[in-house]
Design a protein around this ligand. Sequence first.
Ligand code: S3P
Length: 173
Amino acid sequence: MRKKNIVLIGFMGTGKSYIGEYIAKKLDMRFYDTDNIIEKDCKCKISYIFEKYGENYFRRVENKVVSEISKKEKVVISTGGGIVLYKSNVEILKKKGIIFLLDGSFNTIINNLYDDREKRPLLKGTDWKKKAMQLFLSRKELYYNSADYIINIDNKNKEDIAGEIINIYSFQK
Ligand code: S3P
């Protein structure tokens, strides 16, 4: 029987792209990253899309990209942190995929985000930690409700995290 897609969800800074790419290499599967696809298609940065057209527009584009890549089989998909905001994104991804939530403490996330926070339009400005905390709390339940498996990332390296996901995946039909 054909194996499902591996789908990574989680808050900004949980390493979805980094881990997804690594898993894809390890398992010799193709890798898709919704944010990368959006940036390639518009030939611009996500922060530019937010600034120029607003978040709602970005979410609609994101939803289209999710629909497109969800048609693929036996691939690894890393998603943007806001993917869970649209219920339909999760439903579409679940049809052919197993959803792994990369779940970390707020501390881990803040440390991971520190250098790259300017790339995240939702965290722009001086009170970025406060904004991150508000989003983190408001989305927590959505992430948990969307996940098939929850993978804790605190104090773990890429190999550990990917290893846990690959192990679970290897037992799936
Ligand atoms: C977002 C997360 C970002 C990107 C956009 C919005 C969010 O992706 O899609 O800035 O709403 O959490 P990462 O999770 O890869 O940072």
